[in-house]
Design a protein around this ligand. Structure first.
Ligand SMILES: C[S@@+](CC[C@H](N)C(=O)[O-])C[C@H]1O[C@@H](n2cnc3c(N)ncnc32)[C@H](O)[C@@H]1O
Length: 277
């Protein structure tokens, strides 16, 4: 599902920036940059994370950077802010059919905090594989279970909010006993053989409860389904649920709530074979 609040996300995406910068710092030595590389990013959103974490390490001679997202709101917003030569913007669902002309086109495919939002991860891994040139590589960071899964798991049966498609926000393998195994099956079905798939424990301390709340609202893709007159009441109930979500820890400091997020993230780095029959 696509996010629809680019401006709010641009102000509250420090958590995504923190995840991407930590893992890129740790694993960037494994990116084997190609000459005149053609680069695709999936789930680009407003572009803040990418411009902070990926842009500084892009090789200067890259030939093109295609920023994609399922959400037209995100793509339209990003287009206004990034008038960079060799950057293009494309609305694309990585879990559906991708344009034929993207097949065997990219040397590198990146995705930060997006794969856990994709409804059909098997198709998404296959698309990434198909869009890579032989010898091309991908670098993805995504949550094992998303911090908001718990919230939507309760809201899906909420007497008032359950009818507004709350279950659509629950990540595909939320109920799985072994999320890593499930993704691994998708990865192997896509024909990736040469890959690293690690779990990293992450902790992020929000600068304020407001920052946490803004990020929770920004990632909520069901907002367009909530009637306008019920919006304030819905947001209040939605944010209340974070108190019971087990990946968020809330403590008191100087009379204020301090919120930290504790989550496992996957780092997936893979190469498409050079020689494919
Ligand atoms: C949590 S945001 C992360 C954005 C950015 N990569 C970052 O790290 O700040 C996830 C983004 O993925 C997009 N998205 C969700 N499902 C998608 C899909 N199936 N295909 C492409 N993009 C998707 C959302 O619209 C949103 O912009």
């Amino acid at each position: 599902m696509g996010m629809v609040l680019p401006e709010l996300w641009s102000k509250s995406c420090s958590v995504a920036i923190s995840l991407a910068s930590t893992q890129l710092h740790k694993y960037q030595h494994m990116i084997n940059w190609k000459k005149s590389a053609s680069i695709l990013e999936i789930g680009f959103a407003d572009g803040h994370t990418s411009s902070h974490c990926l842009a500084p390490i892009l090789p200067q001679d890259y030939s093109e950077f295609v920023a994609s997202d399922i959400s037209k709101e995100m793509i339209n917003y990003a287009k206004q802010y990034f008038k960079i030569p060799r950057w293009k913007f494309v609305q694309m669902d990585i879990g559906a059919n991708v344009p034929e002309e993207f097949h065997n086109k990219f040397d590198h495919v990146f995705g930060f905090s997006v794969m856990h939002m994709v409804k059909n991860p098997r198709k998404a891994f296959k698309n990434i594989y198909d869009m890579l040139k032989p010898g091309g590589s991908t670098f993805l960071i995504f949550f094992e279970k998303t911090p908001i899964d718990d919230l939507f798991d309760r809201l899906k049966t909420h007497p008032k909010w359950g009818k507004y498609g709350q279950e659509k926000m629950i990540s595909t393998y939320y109920y799985s006993k072994n999320t890593k195994d499930d993704y691994q099956k998708d990865i192997e079905a896509a024909q990736f053989k040469d890959y690293t798939f690690n779990v990293e424990q992450e902790m992020y301390r929000f600068s304020s409860e407001e920052e946490c709340d803004n990020s929770l609202v920004a990632v909520n893709c069901t907002i367009p389904e909530i009637p306008k007159e019920l919006y304030d009441e819905y947001i209040k109930d939605y944010l209340k649920e974070k108190m019971r979500a087990h990946l968020y820890k809330i403590s008191q400091k100087n009379g204020k709530n301090e919120v930290t997020l504790h989550a496992n993230v996957f780092v997936f780095i893979a190469k498409k074979p050079e020689n494919i029959q």
